[in-house]
Design a protein around this ligand. Structure first.
Ligand code: IVH
Length: 681
């Protein structure tokens, strides 16, 4: 038997590592592997062990730090330190603990006025807006709680955000309001979320698992114009300041509302814990009527004096807590497990269940993610299992009801071979999923490769999933280059295809030969190489020969290319099949080099340019114009900025910042003059 102390030490280290990984999946990858409930359970176990064995409590334990949403490798946004740390909230799933929270507070602030404010807990991503002299100057993600990413350009695209709130703040009478960090949650309402996922489906991109991931993923996009289309929303729920702004939290909220910023209309003052319980009871039912996701209720001490007296723990305020709603779950029987081959060859086990009603829909299937997931849940054939939705589209199996297990039930066997093509499955070290390595021979993967190749951002060929499936099933396409060999005799055999559809298709195939190299590179479907990376690689290497002969070191020296990407590129070009496909595509006239056309003029060569506001042409066209003239688009102003081009509705904070940096803002017309004068010279 192991010594209990040694056992605790080992378990603490295990849980810490596990929770750090889950934090990374949740905050950085926006792709959680476990439910919030499971995460919170592990966190509580760790907290308990650390309080029993404080000698094993380390400074960087997940119990002492908030999860970080910044991916240090990317570095696209400038990083900004919060003047006041951004904390997390303690949480509970249990009403008893709320009575204990109330008792603790009453004891600590004895004699002081103390009431509560209840609010909905919005399920999005935390945001801190800095207002200096009433002007929005930064919009920073929580990051690690101390330093976050400044995503102001993206936040400007959220409806309800105001650039100037000086009037509402009445700064003349209240100079203490000159520096405020107003905090809230950026979220994506369900209608916007559904529309986005529908679009993703059409574009053949993986959908977001839930609105929270969609919101936080959207905030990290590099193009504010795309963010604008995403329909994000924001609600504000806290003022952080050196000075006391109002006497109570509720008055602070009223002030924010008066400034014209969005504040939830479901905030309620409760004079005691029983009223808090009533609020929770009401919203447990009513929240399903809201058109956005909430995962609980936040209970805050209303009086700021009392808040001050209560203070903070390492991670969260003592004056607030969250009551989290249990995700609805249902018990049903596991009938069988299918093993699905994904577009990249990854194998996902999917459970077939006896149909059961859950949150208003009938659930028949649930994802089991990977082999480890089946093992961790200890699933046996014919088990009764609990399924949960927890905000995600695909329900999940979260536990097994052991008391209902049949005697002698076997353990499901993970297949050794691909259910689609029969190739032996592989699993890379450190990766959770098994995959089928037969990329160029596995029907599901081949069809997926064609769909990707033809998609709008790649070769933009008029062929969706159904067309590709037919072309494949009829044996007309096997290698990407086969698309360029198709003629009316094959196309007219497709279901309900007439002359017109065939000629549209052929025209789009012809037009695809003019697509720029970056699109062709993206279209090849090299694993981990998305649209942005393909653009970067095209720019850096210029043509396919330089890229295919690049060494690992050369690839790694390229901005944003990490080890996984570099290895994937090397693997791709080491495969003879792939080299043959490239040769054939080349023979059909596709672009495998960046166009030799030099920038029209060098007017902006070597210049860094920031654009802000609306112009007579779209922002994308404006950016293209800058690149065509040899300039570089910068996302934010810095001492390196040469030109700051301002359009209509340009943010005043940017103008202030430009002045501070000594950069003179120029208009769209002045900008054109710079380009034209160079053309004439
Ligand atoms: S107050 C000091 N109020 O929940 C922390 N947070 O799990 C102040 N959240 O980081 C937070 N709705 O991102 C507060 N009405 C609300 C909220 C809320 C959602 C988020 C927030 C926080 C997280 C903690």
């Amino acid at each position: 038997m192991q010594d209990p102390k040694e056992q605790a030490k080992q378990r603490i280290s295990e849980l810490s590592e596990e929770l750090k990984r889950h934090n990374y999946n949740y905050y950085v990858l926006n792709s959680p592997e476990i439910t919030d409930f499971e995460f919170d359970k592990k966190m509580k176990e760790l907290q308990k062990l650390e309080s029993e064995y404080p000698e094993f409590l380390s400074e960087d334990s997940p119990t002492q730090k908030v999860g970080s949403d910044t991916d240090r490798q990317k570095g696209f946004f400038s990083r900004k330190r919060h003047r006041f740390g951004m904390f997390s909230l303690a949480n509970t799933y249990n009403m008893e603990e709320l009575y204990a929270f109330d008792a603790r507070i009453k004891k600590a602030v004895e004699g002081m006025p103390c009431t509560y404010v209840c609010e909905l807990k919005f399920d999005g991503t935390a945001m801190s807006l800095t207002y200096e002299d009433g002007i929005l100057t930064h919009a920073v993600t929580r990051g690690d709680g101390e330093v976050g990413d400044d995503v102001i350009e993206n936040v400007r695209m959220i409806s309800g955000i105001k650039e100037n709130i000086s009037e509402g703040l009445e700064l003349d009478r209240h100079p203490e309001r000159r520096y405020l960090e107003i905090r809230g949650e950026v979220y994506m309402p369900y209608p916007a979320f559904d529309a986005l996922n529908k679009e993703k489906e059409i574009e053949d991109e993986p959908p977001f698992a839930n609105p929270r991931n969609a919101a936080s993923g959207s905030l990290k996009l590099q193009d504010p114009e795309i963010v604008k289309e995403r329909g994000l929303a924001i609600t504000l729920y806290q003022i952080a300041s050196e000075n006391e702004i109002c006497a109570t939290h509720l008055e602070n909220m009223e002030l924010i509302r008066k400034c014209g910023l969005p504040v939830s209309k479901h905030i309620r003052l409760c004079s005691n814990i029983d009223q808090v319980m009533e609020y929770i009871g009401e919203w447990d039912k009513k929240r399903s009527e809201l058109d956005y996701a909430t995962d609980g209720i936040v209970i805050k001490v209303n009086e700021l004096q009392a808040q001050k007296a209560l203070g903070f723990t390492a991670k969260s305020p003592r004056w607030a807590t969250a009551y989290k709603f249990q995700a609805e779950r249902a018990l049903t029987r596991l009938l069988s497990i299918d093993y699905q081959v994904g577009r990249t060859g990854a194998i996902t086990p999917v459970a077939n269940l006896e149909p059961v009603l859950l949150s208003g829909t009938t659930v028949k299937r649930a994802s089991l993610h990977n082999y480890d997931c089946i093992r961790e849940l200890d699933i046996h054939d014919g088990d009764y299992v609990y399924v949960e939705k927890g905000g995600e589209i695909i329900p999940k199996i979260t536990a097994v009801e052991l008391s209902m297990r049949q005697e002698g039930a076997g353990i499901p066997e993970f297949p050794e071979f691909c259910p689609d093509c029969g190739a032996r499955l592989e699993r890379n070290e450190g990766e959770a999923k098994h995959f089928c390595p037969n990329r160029n021979g596995c029907p599901t993967q081949i069809k997926a490769a064609f769909e990707h190749f033809a998609s709008r951002k790649a070769m933009n060929i008029n062929a969706g999933e159904a067309t590709i499936a037919q072309l494949y099933d009829k044996g007309y396409i096997r290698k990407l280059s086969d698309l360029y060999k198709l003629g009316p005799e094959q196309l007219l055999t497709l279901d309900s295809w007439k002359e017109k559809s065939a000629s549209n298709f052929l025209e789009s195939v012809e037009a695809s030969k003019k697509r720029p190299f970056r699109c062709v590179l993206f279209a090849l479907g090299i694993r981990h190489i998305g649209e942005t990376t393909a653009k970067l690689l095209a720019k850096e290497f210029g043509n396919i020969d330089a890229l295919s002969s690049a060494t690992r070191e050369e690839l790694l020296a390229t901005e944003e290319i990490g080890e996984i990407m570099a290895d994937s590129i090397l693997d791709y070009f080491h495969n003879l099949e792939n080299l043959k496909i490239i040769q054939e595509l080349r023979s059909f006239g596709l672009n495998f080099a960046v166009s030799q056309e030099q920038p029209k003029t060098g007017a902006l060569s070597g210049k860094n340019i920031v654009i802000s506001g609306n112009f007579s042409i779209s922002r994308d066209e404006m950016k293209q114009l800058i690149e065509d003239n040899g300039g570089k688009n910068q996302s934010g102003l810095s001492s390196k900025t040469d030109y700051f081009v301002t359009g209509e509705k340009c943010g005043p904070a940017k103008i202030v910042k430009a002045r501070k940096l000594g950069i003179k803002p120029i208009s769209e017309e002045e900008f054109y003059k710079i380009i034209n004068s160079h053309e004439q010279s």
